[in-house]
Write a protein that binds this ligand. Structure first.
Ligand SMILES: NC(=O)c1ccc[n+]([C@@H]2O[C@H](COP(=O)([O-])OP(=O)(O)OC[C@H]3O[C@@H](n4cnc5c(N)ncnc54)[C@H](O)[C@@H]3O)[C@@H](O)[C@H]2O)c1
Length: 259
């Protein structure tokens, strides 16, 4: 996918300056969408928008910290003014603050929930309200994780936030179906981005031993699934999470990792 699947459409990609979100911005732009990239990382975001469209007519960047819900909601108005009413909302923003359960702090729990889940709820709400008012359908897509389905011993806040996104796709699908708005999620296993950088060699080995395909995903492989969910190719799919995980959730025990 990636020729003109999003022709005539406008997308907002939150968390789009790096990693999976950046791959989605690149692919959606290649699929002919106009794209508003938003992220807290202004330097990378501006560089990306310039690289994709120096004219600013089809791709733009907006600085946004998703902990500021007014700023999140303002993105919808800004997109409408600068690029058109958004048809697609993609929430790729995410952080991880690993800690054993007995040491988990309220501060870190709140931070992870605010960035990974609370921002998503109110971003999608603002976009859905706009779409309903405009009387048009649309597609809402989040990037969740296998971590929302199976547990680790130090990812309590992260896993809880990702389980929340998986549920949110279902609950928004139910509420918004009458308006022609679909809601889905992509659940990656391990993806080769900065988020993997904190893993020790032992943790990397353990992660691969739980991955039948014995490799991380490239960010573009996750973006392809997001594009499918964003586009008309998935017109009867709503409330789903597609796990692009190299087989992780299908695996009962472990696989042997070659040395
Ligand atoms: N990398 C993996 O192995 C993996 C696996 C499963 C799911 N995911 C999910 O994929 C999504 C993208 O992660 P990634 O791997 O590309 O990591 P990444 O760190 O490269 O990208 C995350 C983006 O979120 C932005 N961000 C962080 N805090 C923000 C805030 N307060 N406001 C606005 N933007 C903020 C960052 O600047 C960055 O651009 C995340 O939701 C992550 O949980 C990643």
């Amino acid at each position: 996918m990636g020729s003109n699947e999003l022709e005539g459409q406008t997308a907002i990609i939150l968390g789009g300056a790096n990693g999976v979100g950046m791959a989605c911005a690149e692919l959606f732009a290649r699929a002919d969408a106009r794209v508003l990239v938003a992220d807290i990382d202004a330097e990378s975001g501006r560089r990306l928008a310039d690289r994709l469209d120096a004219s600013g007519q089809r791709v733009r960047f907006a600085t946004c910290d998703v902990r500021d819900l007014d700023a999140v909601q303002a993105l919808v108005d800004r997109c409408e003014v600068e690029l058109g009413v958004p048809d697609v909302g993609l929430y790729a923003t995410g952080i991880i603050k690993p800690a054993p359960f007995l040491d988990l702090t309220v501060t870190d729990f709140d931070l992870v929930m605010d960035v990974n889940l609370r921002g998503a709820v109110f971003f999608f709400q603002a976009l859905a309200r706009r779409l309903v008012k405009a009387g048009r359908g649309g597609s809402l897509v989040s990037i969740s994780s296998v971590g929302g389905q199976v547990a680790g011993d130090s990812t309590h806040a992260y896993g809880t936030s990702k389980a929340g996104l998986i549920h949110l796709a279902k609950s928004m699908a139910v509420s918004l179906a009458p308006y022609g708005i679909r809601a889905n999620s992509v659940g990656p296993g391990g993806v080769a981005t900065a988020m993997q950088a904190h893993l020790s060699p032992e943790e990397r080995h353990a992660s691969l031993s739980r991955t039948p395909m014995l490799r991380l995903a490239r960010p573009e492989e996750i973006a392809q699934v997001a594009l499918f969910l964003a586009s008309e190719a998935s017109s009867y799919v709503t409330g789903q999470t597609i796990f692009a995980d190299g087989g992780r959730l299908a695996l009962h025990r472990t696989v042997k990792v070659p040395q």
